[in-house]
Design a protein around this ligand. Structure first.
Ligand code: GLC
Length: 711
């Protein structure tokens, strides 16, 4: 076993010859450390930890089961898992980082391995945590620190800064699998405008393509795509097309033909391009593990950027497979064999399961190979890297041709991909439990480096109610990626597709999102620059055991606590304040504030209200409402300050587009409260700022003061 020190942050133990999982960016310096007794190597590898009564385990990114993972079992193995019911153990991302904490200490671990890993965290035996790694070659990073936050910061430093989207990526996006053509999408845009609901654009699903062929545009359904894209962009609206992992097999289709010619596709055992089936029927999968293939595929994004596109979503890149030739043939043979037979229970269910198990059968992963530094690996061995490398390919291709930031999200991911793009959390459903999982997952995604992220708001599958959409938006307006997306043949999910009440509520929330953009953008940038999480569990900051158990209240940045309603039919909820905070209640006409004492409270929380909490010594900036980010001028800023003696707030006021981020462009507000007076200082006011309306809240009351900027 080799041991390394990674920078000053962590120790890294190498077992055998690990396959690089693209996660760690720092140089590894060899060092000598005693062999840790926690690892015993068999055919597969097992790591065992004993769990004390009070041990908690936080992490594993995109997975079900809440913030403290103890008591469950989980898997790191990217999977197209639309129907994620409570018993599911793996979803679209594979994020192998976690922190174990008990009263005495906290330690973080990252299992550096691109294949399947199983985590049994006190599920089989309450006091045992067993990690089973599907191989003998892997790396294990161990990070010590006094708190989970300190450990996480050290980890984030070793894996490198997260992807930074353009500022317009913080706008609201509407999406639907089922918008058929340009006309229908234009109608959606127009209807948003008629209702004065802001948006920054529309995600384009499969129907913009010709026969599901990547990098094509259907002229029949999108007759003047380039002009339309450009004219929307002039108004500040972006179109974000989907790109799928599978390349359609079709003579004459350039991507297919060039891919075959250039040996760019993953191969079967005989060395021929592997055939699987996804949307268009038969496809080949680009072998993103080859550098030449990443470069080749990444160049195609240019076909669309030339038409004015500046954002993409990479999909089906676990990769998802409907069937492969061999399995389909076997299933059909079996069905033919059954013809005319009297099937008993076993035979009938075997027949039925054979067909339903065709979708995403994991045995396909043993049938195709990637070429990695000249070595052939089955997809199964390096599975979790597929989406990661696809997104790296897109990122590098786009970076070659765009001189400013672009929007890029992926469905499949593993740690390391966070440097190239964001993620949405895949196909969820319009279920209250999925809203709750969304809340709990956000801090865990941040732990794994994924900052630009959010769920399909309102739920992808199933039927959304107006109440669910409102409550979901009350949470999603804080997530950097805010997209309302729904599946084919589900109930329409645009804000105006419901009753008047829902329209009013959701419109008010989306408009509020735009007022929050100065705050959210800055909070994102601060998290990136300081290697800190944006969404944080209470458990990381408050020592009392009952705060450690609260998972449906989160801290956001250094300033806020949010406590969304995640159940149907509620008009209030219990909120536990770990310290005295200012409760801010937004209604259509503005907001009210009130100081709320530390401890448990049952608070009224009507559907048409949004409640958040501001910590003492902090400020919440609220900008203007605009119809999109491009139109946001924020000449007037409202600053709510909750303080004793002083408070400071920093706003990132760069142009939101430059890659170098004009690092110096930050506006700093500071306030000193002395003898009933409030002394305000504004350093480096951003261009266009004219008026700051301060509301100073102290235990003596609320004082308002207008501050004009002399230009
Ligand atoms: C996948 C995606 C979903 C998309 C659909 C059709 O299920 O996760 O977002 O709408 O494919 O492209």
């Amino acid at each position: 076993m080799n041991t390394y020190i990674i920078g000053e942050q962590a120790k890294y133990y190498e077992f055998g010859k690990p396959i690089s999982s693209n996660a760690i960016v720092e140089m590894k310096v060899p060092a000598v450390f005693p062999l840790e007794e926690i690892v015993k190597i068999e055919r597969r590898s097992e790591i065992q930890f004993s769990l004390k009564e009070d041990t908690r385990v936080y992490g594993l990114g995109e997975n079900l089961g809440g913030i403290n993972k103890r008591g469950g079992r989980y898997e790191s193995y990217c999977r197209d898992e639309a129907n994620h019911t409570e018993d599911k153990i793996n979803l679209y991302g594979a994020h192998n980082f976690f922190v174990i904490e008990d009263k005495e200490k906290a330690i973080g671990y990252f299992v550096d391995f691109p294949g399947r890993i199983h985590f049994d965290i006190g599920f089989t035996n309450d006091d045992e945590f067993i990690i089973t790694i599907n191989g003998e070659n892997f790396g294990l990073m161990k990070i010590e620190g006094s708190t989970p936050s300190e450990i996480i910061t050290k980890f984030l430093k070793t894996i490198g800064k997260p992807y930074i989207p353009p500022k317009w990526g913080f706008g609201y996006f509407q999406s639907r699998w089922g918008y058929r053509d340009q006309k229908e999408i234009q109608e959606v845009v127009d209807t948003f405008q008629q209702h004065e609901i802001p948006m920054d654009g529309i995600y384009l699903d499969l129907d913009y393509m010709v026969d599901f062929k990547n990098f094509t545009v259907s002229r029949e359904r999108f007759p003047d795509f380039e002009d339309w894209t450009k004219s929307l962009k002039e108004k500040g609206l972006y179109l974000i097309p989907i790109i799928d992992a599978g390349v359609k097999i079709e003579e004459g289709y350039n991507v297919y033909e060039e891919g075959v010619k250039g040996d760019h596709f993953a191969v079967n055992q005989e060395g021929e391009p592997y055939v699987a089936a996804v949307w268009p029927g038969k496809v080949h999968f680009p072998d993103f593990f080859q550098e030449k293939t990443r470069r080749w595929f990444g160049e195609y994004y240019r076909d669309l950027t030339k038409m004015g596109i500046e954002g993409f979503w990479n999909d089906m890149n676990e990769p998802a497979i409907f069937y492969d030739e061999k399995s389909l043939e076997e299933a059909v043979d079996m069905a033919i064999d059954c013809r005319g037979k009297n099937l008993n229970v076993h035979k009938f269910f075997h027949l039925k399961d054979t067909f339903s198990n065709l979708l995403n059968d994991e045995k396909y992963h043993q049938r195709f190979y990637h070429r990695m530094d000249g070595e052939k690996k089955t997809n199964e061995e390096v599975h979790n890297l597929y989406g990661n490398y696809m997104t790296q390919s897109a990122y590098e291709g786009l970076s070659r041709h765009l001189d400013h930031r672009f929007l890029l999200i992926s469905r499949a991911s593993s740690i390391g991909m966070h440097r190239y793009g964001g993620i949405w959390t895949g196909d969820n459903a319009s279920w209250w439990s999925h809203l709750e999982e969304n809340v709990k997952m956000m801090p865990l995604l941040n732990m794994a480096g994924f900052f630009y992220t959010g769920a399909d708001t309102g739920g992808f599958g199933g039927q959304c109610s107006g109440e669910l959409l409102t409550r979901w938006l009350q949470f999603s307006i804080f997530t950097p990626l805010l997209r309302n997306h729904s599946a084919l043949d589900t109930r329409a999910q645009e804000p105006y597709a419901f009753d008047k009440r829902t329209l009013e509520e959701t419109k008010h929330l989306i408009r509020l999102r735009y007022r929050l953009i100065p705050y959210l953008y800055s909070t994102y940038m601060k998290a990136v620059d300081k290697y800190e999480m944006m969404f944080k569990p209470l458990a990381f900051f408050y020592k009392e055991s009952h705060y450690k158990e609260i998972e449906d209240q989160l801290l956001l940045g250094d300033e806020l606590m949010i406590a969304p309603v995640v159940e149907r039919g509620k008009t209030g909820r219990r909120v536990d304040l770990p310290e005295e905070m200012a409760k801010i209640e937004f209604a259509d006409s503005g907001y009210t504030v009130e100081i709320v004492k530390e401890g448990p409270h049952y608070l009224a929380y009507q559907r048409d209200r949004l409640i958040i909490f501001l910590k003492k010594g902090h400020m919440l900036p609220l900008g203007d409402v605009a119809m999109n980010v491009k139109e946001l001028k924020n000449e007037k800023l409202d600053l709510l300050v909750y303080m004793d003696e002083n408070a400071e707030h920093l706003l990132y006021t760069d142009d939101g587009l430059s890659i170098d981020r004009n690092d110096q462009v930050k506006t700093i507000f500071s306030v000193i409260h002395r003898e009933g007076d409030f002394l305000v200082d504004i350093k480096n006011p951003y261009k266009g700022l004219k008026v700051v309306n301060f509301s100073f809240l102290t235990n003596e009351g609320l004082v308002k003061k207008t501050h004009r900027i002399n230009s």
